[in-house]
Ligand binder design. Structure first.
Ligand SMILES: CCCCCc1ccc(-c2ccc(S(=O)(=O)CCO)cc2)cc1CCc1ccccn1
Length: 239
C-alpha cells in the first residue's frame, strides 16, 4: 500500500486518530450520554456551518476476544451487513492492499432528512505501543472520507454524501493462567475505543441528528461487539 497515492494521507490520519483515541475523556468537554454494562459513550456538541457534527467517543471492555479479532470483523467487507443495521448497500470500490480498501456505503434514510451515502478509505494496522515497545497487542481500523473516480459526488445527486472520520482502537489484555496452562478465551480482555465524527454533508435538523446518534451509536457498538464475540467464541484465538 506504500505506493498508493493515498498512502501519505492514510498514514497521517491513522496516526492522528490513534493519538486522539488515546486521549482520555477527562480532558475537554465530553458528555456521557449512554452507558450499558462496560460501555460508556461520550459526545461533544459541535456545529460546523450550522450542521451538527458532534464528535463521539466510546470506550468498552469485551472479554473473550482479541483486539485483532475485533478490528478484523470491523474492517472486513464480508461481515459488514451482518452487524451494520444502518446501511442499505455496501460496495468495495477498490482493494488498495490486504489492509486498505475503499468503500461506498448507502445508508438507510433517516426521515425527514435526505438519504446519505459515505465514501471512505478503510485501513487496518497493528500499532507498536510507543509507551510499551513490546506490546504487540494494539490494532486500529481507521475510516476516512475520500474521493473516487467511480463514485463522483455528482454522479446522480440522489444521496447527500456524509464526511466521516472513524477509528476503532483495540488493545488485547491477557491474564496468563496461573498454572502455566495454555491461554484460553477466558484469559482475554479487549479494551475498545471507538471515535467517530460524521458531518452529515447537507442540512439535517439538529434535533433529528442528535436523536439518531443517541439511538444508533449505542445500538451499533453493542450489536457489533456481541457479533464478534459470537463469531469467535468457538474458533481458535487470533492475535
Ligand atoms: C440524517 C442522518 C445523516 C447521517 C447518517 C449517517 C451516515 C453514516 C454513518 C456512519 C456511521 C459509522 C460508520 S463506521 O463506524 O465506519 C462502520 C462502517 O459502516 C460509517 C458511517 C452514520 C450516520 C448517522 C446514523 C448512524 C449513527 C450511528 C451508527 C450508524 N448510523
Amino acid at each position: 500500500a506504500q505506493s498508493h497515492v493515498l498512502w501519505p494521507e492514510i498514514d497521517r490520519i491513522t496516526a492522528e486518530q490513534l493519538h486522539y483515541a488515546r486521549q482520555g475523556v477527562g480532558e475537554g468537554v465530553w458528555e456521557l450520554f449512554a452507558e450499558d454494562g462496560e460501555m460508556r459513550m461520550y459526545k461533544r456538541e459541535e456545529e460546523v456551518n450550522g450542521l451538527v457534527v458532534d464528535p463521539l467517543k466510546a470506550v468498552h471492555t469485551v472479554k473473550g476476544v482479541t483486539g485483532f479479532e475485533m478490528c478484523h470483523y470491523f474492517f472486513s467487507p464480508d461481515y459488514r451487513l451482518d452487524w451494520e443495521t444502518t446501511i442499505e448497500q455496501m460496495k468495495v470500490l477498490e482493494k488498495v492492499s490486504d489492509d486498505t480498501m475503499i468503500f461506498l456505503q448507502i445508508h438507510k434514510r433517516v426521515w425527514p432528512a435526505s438519504q446519505r451515502d459515505a465514501l471512505f478509505w478503510s485501513h487496518l494496522r497493528q500499532v507498536p505501543d510507543s509507551r510499551d515497545p513490546d506490546a504487540q497487542n494494539i490494532w486500529i481500523v481507521c475510516n476516512h472520507s475520500t474521493e473516487h473516480h467511480s463514485a463522483p459526488e455528482k454522479s446522480n445527486g440522489k444521496y447527500i454524501r456524509v464526511f466521516l472520520t472513524v477509528a476503532l482502537v483495540c488493545q488485547t489484555m491477557i491474564e496468563p493462567p496461573k498454572n502455566g496452562a495454555q491461554i484460553t478465551r477466558d484469559d482475554l480482555t479487549c479494551k475498545i475505543t471507538y471515535c467517530s465524527v460524521v458531518n452529515p454533508g447537507g442540512w439535517a435538523p439538529a434535533s433529528v441528528l442528535r436523536a439518531v446518534y443517541k439511538r444508533e451509536y449505542p445500538k451499533f457498538l453493542k450489536k457489533f461487539t456481541h457479533y464478534v464475540y459470537d463469531q469467535c467464541k468457538n474458533k481458535p484465538i487470533r492475535f
